[in-house]
Write a protein that binds this ligand. Sequence first.
Ligand code: NDP
Length: 318
Amino acid sequence: MSEDTTILQTIIIGSGPAGFTAAIYAARAEMNPILISGMELGGQLTTTTEVENFPGYPEGITGPEMMGQLQKQAEKFGTTVIIDKVTEVIFGNKSGDIHTVKTSSGKEYKTKTVIVSTGASAKYLGKDFEEKYRGGGVSACATCDGFFYRGRNVVVVGGGDTAVEEAVYLAKICKTVYMVVRKDYLRASKIMQEKVDATPNIVLMYNHEVVDLKGENGLVSQAVVVNNQTSEEKTLEVDGIFVAIGHSPNTDIFKGKLEMDETGYLIVRPFSTETNIPGVFAAGDVADKRYRQAITAAGSGCMAALDAEKYLAHNKYP
Ligand code: NDP
């Protein structure tokens, strides 16, 4: 364990839009932030295709491109970006206490404030068949793995915006995309639904659920789906299944330390980013189960940096 005795003004954990926006503001406030990226530099946006709804990009921008620009902007003002994973944070309890952040590379940092922006990760169905074929046809990221299914048939599970986005992306590569939706409607926004309607090789299967996967040597070749109204079973000849059923927050390392709701989302004071621990702020999807947009994450990242700046100004350190 290598310990740096410097006491930092702030450490930002996570490198999505919330983390980088917090970094831009903290750096411009001369807080010399260190941003610890996590293993997926750029967060969830690096696995999306086109971002069409972030204000200021009328032509759209790809997720990775946007994250690259945010990083560049954060670094330009003096943020130090460290590619490492935080494994533990030992929080102080009262105002003015110092917090200790430990990482998987064995580094230990002392800091007056912490901004938690660790985001959320894709959920899986939690079935044995999914585990059996993980890496052999089961994925949660079309832009990462879609390439392997060129000209093949695939299933997308889910009926939200993510599922539609995945299905539309895959439809450009694959022969047929079966969208398996457990309800009789899509939860996705209207504009996304229109994209499905305009894509002839997406086959919508409402009231259906995937109940099994079949294949050989760990590679999927069939998905068994059942109609949850009639119990009728069908076997789809597919080589891949993309699970797009939402996300869960990355808060495991904060369990028992930071206040969270029953699904693991961090709880912050209303209209603020303050957690239950003084000097610790939360921004982005990690504390937002409702909106979960790049723009709202960026907005709350800004708030967290301003909250941290104010906190530093109000606390006297030796
Ligand atoms: P959502 O929670 O919106 O949708 C999840 C979908 O998966 C629902 O159709 C849900 O069904 C289904 N589902 C959940 N659990 C299961 C299960 N065990 N088996 C089968 N189906 C299941 O998540 P998203 O990730 O799609 O979206 C999250 C947020 O991000 C939303 O606010 C969305 O608008 C936003 N987003 C916006 C995008 C854009 O604007 N470009 C792109 C992607 C996301 P049910 O309805 O029955 O619960």
